[in-house]
Design a protein around this ligand. Structure first.
Ligand SMILES: Cc1cc2nc3c(=O)[nH]c(=O)nc-3n(C[C@H](O)[C@H](O)[C@H](O)COP(=O)(O)OP(=O)(O)OC[C@H]3O[C@@H](n4cnc5c(N)ncnc54)[C@H](O)[C@@H]3O)c2cc1C
Length: 415
């Protein structure tokens, strides 16, 4: 009998059904989920697909990945009602300190940028990524028009007249008016859409971890410019009276790999040397993790019935903390454009609507990607002339308050 009958499980019947949505978002990182939330709350029918399994707020563990979110991004989280979920775990950043530590023989050059100099109480907040993502997942679960399918993976999609037909790896099918690629730097949505990317590999990695330290950080984020690349400490809230900071430490791949092989004691000594005693005695609070650093930008932001956003469209070095800030501006632009179209009964996936998104975001994205690329090359270069120029540049900037203000405004606001 067994050979003759085809047994179909309940699961496969469900999978065989077609899921329909107005908007299909591939990728449930912070940008993808933020877009889903904004669209869903406004009544759009949204489906989000993500390869990672959902982690609830109560199960979130401390990891080394935090993001400095500047004033405008924090406002986006407040507007979305998400801030209350992450505020207690986030640390205000009042001062940005740059230390040119690249010369062994000369005194370091130090320059402080103060938020109050540009009329702000704080530049922004350092926010744990996993907690923010969990807050988004919980917020999304309460919106009836959002279908969050995870873990699941987009396998393919095609455009058929006025709709997109997507197939997941388990053969489930989804039909939508438009597909949004928010699936990160190796975006499959982007490659199916036939959009090319340019990539610049600096041979650098970023080591991240959380450190405990005996001296308070006083809300100062400190970027040490060193020969291998910048070493940055970003303040975090005290935990049970224990001072903490996040570390983003950039080195060439080989050097980073060597440090990753260090035992705890030697790793902590290396951290101690790099913080130059400013934070007192330093110990590890989380295991270090390593991330490859590249610059990447997609040659187009749109294709038929498809739009790209966040790291599917632009990847940059963590220096200057711009990546997620830029992605949240993609979220605002794309959600406004799609919702406006739907409110007046227009097709959200039409060429006209998607082109409006491409036009609106191109300038901000290009200037950030090229700007951060240049900055990274400049600060990670150990040539003697560039080192001297760097030191001179910082000294000059420190003596010109107006220029300093312009630099601060540029770092925080869209171009
Ligand atoms: C060390 C480091 C420090 C940083 N610090 C800062 C900072 O201080 N401030 C700042 O603004 N930015 C910072 N950034 C950048 C920021 O973290 C990223 O820009 C942001 O997290 C990228 O989000 P994303 O959703 O585009 O990509 P991801 O977080 O990679 O999310 C993409 C999602 O898509 C899913 N996916 C992939 N393929 C598929 C598929 N086929 N089907 C379904 N789902 C799929 C993945 O599982 C993933 O969940 C930092 C980056 C690094 C590396």
């Amino acid at each position: 009998m067994r050979g003759k009958l085809r047994f179909i499980s309940v699961n496969s019947v469900v999978k065989a059904l077609m899921i329909t949505a107005d908007i299909l978002i591939i990728g449930g990182g912070v940008p993808g989920l933020s877009l889903a939330l904004k669209l869903g709350r406004a009544g759009a029918n949204v489906c989000v697909i993500d390869t990672e399994k959902v982690i609830k707020m109560k199960d979130v563990e401390l990891t080394g990945r935090t993001v400095a979110l500047w004033d405008g991004s924090v406002q986006i989280l407040r507007d979305a009602g998400l801030w209350d979920f992450v505020a207690d775990y986030s640390q205000p950043i009042e001062t940005l300190r740059i230390i040119d530590d690249s010369s062994k023989r000369m005194e370091p050059v130090i320059i402080d940028f103060e938020a109050r100099d540009i009329g702000l109480d704080v530049f922004g907040y350092n926010v744990p990524v996993a907690r923010l993502r969990a807050a988004l997942v919980e917020a999304i679960a309460s919106v009836k028009t959002i279908n969050h399918i995870a873990p699941a993976r987009l396998k393919d999609y095609c455009v058929d007249g006025g709709r997109v037909l997507a197939t997941l790896e388990d053969d489930a099918k989804i039909e939508a008016r438009v597909i949004i690629g928010a699936d990160g730097r190796r975006s499959i949505t982007r490659s199916i859409a036939g959009i090319d990317v340019s990539e610049q590999d600096y041979g650098q990695s970023a080591i991240t971890c959380i450190i405990n330290h005996t001296k308070p950080h006083l809300g100062v984020s400190t970027e040490h410019h060193r020969p291998g690349g910048p070493f940055t400490t970003v303040p975090m809230p005290d935990v049970d009276g224990q001072h903490q900071s996040a570390v983003v430490w950039m080195e060439q791949h080989d050097t980073a790999d060597q440090f990753m092989r260090f035992d705890k004691q030697n790793f902590e000594s290396a951290l101690q040397e790099r913080t130059r005693g400013a934070l007192g005695k330093v110990t590890l609070a989380t295991n270090p993790q390593v991330w490859p650093i590249i610059t990447q930008h997609s040659h187009a932001l749109i294709a038929p019935r498809c739009a790209l956003m966040a790291e599917a469209a632009h990847v940059m070095s963590p220096i200057g903390a711009q990546g997620l800030n830029l992605s949240l501006r993609d979220v605002v632009s794309l959600s406004d454009i799609l919702l406006n179209a739907m409110q007046v009964g227009e097709d959200a996936g039409s060429e006209k609507i998607l082109k409006a998104y491409g036009r609106q975001r191109r300038g901000d994205i290009q200037s950030r990607v090229y700007g951060i690329d240049l900055l990274n090359r400049f600060v990670s270069n150990d040539k003697i002339t560039l080192r001297a120029l760097r030191r001179l540049g910082l000294k000059t900037l420190d003596g010109l308050p107006m220029l300093k203000e312009i630099a601060m405004m540029h770092a925080l606001k869209p171009s």
